[in-house]
Design a protein around this ligand. Structure first.
Ligand SMILES: Cc1cc2nc3c(=O)[nH]c(=O)nc-3n(C[C@H](O)[C@H](O)[C@H](O)COP(=O)(O)OP(=O)(O)OC[C@H]3O[C@@H](n4cnc5c(N)ncnc54)[C@H](O)[C@@H]3O)c2cc1C
Length: 460
């Protein structure tokens, strides 16, 4: 419970309207997209960097947990205030502070939506490459803190590759600036890259300098359907080594196809895998380029191929992918969605292994996602009212993670660790590395107030 004096101090920084303790507000900020929840004692709404610094200093003085929050769209419980304390919402910090098309950078406040960045950048023929499907309801601060990615990570990498610098507040309330405004730099430790993906446990991001990229002038989308996983995976390796190479390669397994077959015409009964592929470049695609690319897409077993150029036609092909999340929600009351990643050469083994785990544990497994980056969403579906089904899904999850690590992969490709993957951190990260991570945490946040209980296992 937050002390009256601490609350008084926060209210004197922000005024009562921006420091809320009423039950309705605390309830609204108690959960995120993971559906885990715990009520905070207060929710604060800073409007500038110095207010963030004063809030953090106040929380540090009284050792009050403080959790930064964008829009709560993360899937791992990483902004649930499990120890109570204060939620620091960035939703009133949505300004673009600077936009320099010449330098291909934009300086923004942390609460700006990803879509708002894209809209402003597109006016000058630029874009910010991180493209999570949640772009309309996730913030730059949240994207940076989780190192968000999306389909185009195949070509452009993830958020970490497109943040030049940060203005942030450490766990003592000290404001610091790291990074640069230039395309390259070689000065000291790279704290910017360290803060990306740190899930609000090292510092609160108050401003970000984003690296923008020229938008391609020509785009093509393909939908390719295969009779076997093996052929779909063979096609992925062929097109990744092709020129032009794809910017996105999305995969849907046969259970995913069964879910959307009634909504998406043209998926044959014997289809086992579907790929959605995006090609982009700065001059129109020639007939020869298209012909060669389409040949690479067919290593054998291709059951259907569609190409789309205009925006409407491309949106129609992407519908197969976008219909999946709502369809999954209709299928089962319980869902565990993990975003594991493996080296590309092990993708086929992962797909086959998770199907076998599902059969063994009598749990429906639907797999789809960013295959071009080796990053698949493995969805374990179960009856949330059946304790035995829940236990079987838990066993399946442990087997999936063990398989991923055996294949040389990682627990998360884009969603992060938060609370939900915490029990598995020690399976992937060795004790010395965990120790170093714990030392870094203590250096940035000596009192352990920033998003406590997340990302690092207890005792680290
Ligand atoms: C429908 C849907 C689709 C999605 N698709 C994708 C996808 O394609 N790719 C992907 O990567 N993710 C995806 N996600 C997950 C989620 O949208 C991302 O993790 C996103 O980056 C979270 O942004 P947010 O603003 O909602 O952050 P929140 O959920 O509010 O917070 C996430 C983490 O960031 C920290 N944080 C937030 N702001 C700050 C700050 N200013 N300073 C320090 N720490 C901060 C929080 O403490 C927390 O640890 C999806 C989610 C949904 C619901």
């Amino acid at each position: 419970m937050i002390a009256r004096a601490t609350l008084g101090a926060l209210q004197s920084i922000l005024g009562e309207a921006r420091c809320r303790t009423d039950p309705a507000t605390c309830l609204a900020y108690s959960y995120d997209n993971s559906r885990l929840n715990h009520r905070p004692d207060a929710v604060v709404f800073p409007e500038e960097t110095l207010e963030i610094a004063a809030i953090v200093a106040c929380a540090a003085k009284d050792r009050i947990p403080l959790v930064a929050r964008g829009l709560g769209s993360n899937t791992t419980g990483s902004c649930v205030p499990i120890l109570g304390g204060v939620i620091l919402s960035t939703e009133r910090m949505r300004a673009i502070r600077e936009f320099s098309p010449e330098d291909r950078l934009m300086v923004v406040e942390p609460g700006l939506l990803n879509d708002e960045v894209q809209e402003a950048a597109s006016a000058k023929g630029l874009f910010w490459p991180p493209d999570p499907s949640s772009s309309s309801h996730s913030t730059v601060g949240g994207n940076i803190a989780t190192n968000a990615g999306g389909p185009r990570a195949v070509r452009y990498g993830t958020t970490r590759d497109h943040v030049l610098g940060l203005l942030a507040v450490d766990g003592r309330g000290r404001v610091f600036r790291c990074g640069v405004r230039t395309p390259k730099s070689a000065v000291g430790y790279d704290l910017t890259r360290l803060l990306v993906g740190s899930e609000g446990t090292l510092a609160v991001i108050a401003e970000a300098t984003l690296h923008l990229v020229a938008a391609p002038s020509a785009r093509l989308t393909y939908r390719a359907i295969y009779g076997s996983y093996a052929n779909a995976i063979r096609a992925i390796s062929a097109i990744l080594n092709h020129s032009p190479s794809p910017s996105a390669v999305e995969f849907l397994d046969e259970r995913a196809l069964a879910l959307i077959r009634s909504e998406i015409p043209g998926i044959p009964a014997q289809a086992q895998a579907l790929l959605l592929i995006e090609l982009e470049q700065n001059q129109p695609f020639t007939p020869t380029e298209m012909e060669h690319f389409e040949a690479a897409l067919d290593p054998g077993g291709l059951l259907g191929l569609e190409r789309a150029e205009g925006d409407d036609a491309r949106t129609r092909l992407w519908k197969a992918r976008k219909s999946l999340s709502p369809a999954l929600r209709r299928l089962a009351s319980g869902k565990i969605n993990e975003d594991v990643v493996v080296p590309l050469s092990r993708l086929a083994s992962l797909i086959e292994s998770v199907a076998a785990i599902g059969a063994r544990q009598e749990t429906t497994v639907v797999t789809f996602g960013h295959a071009g980056s080796g990053n698949l969403h493995v969805n374990l579906l179960f009856d949330a009212d059946d304790p035995e089904a829940i236990a079987r899904a838990g066993s399946a999850l442990r087997e999936v993670f063990a398989t991923v690590l055996d294949l040389g992969g990682a627990l998360s490709g884009e969603h992060g660790i938060g609370l939900s993957k915490l029990p598995f951190m020690t399976d992937q990260i060795d004790p010395v590395t965990l120790d170093l991570m714990g030392d870094l945490k203590r250096l940035f946040d000596p009192k352990g107030i920033l998003n406590p209980g997340k990302l690092l296992p207890p005792g680290v």
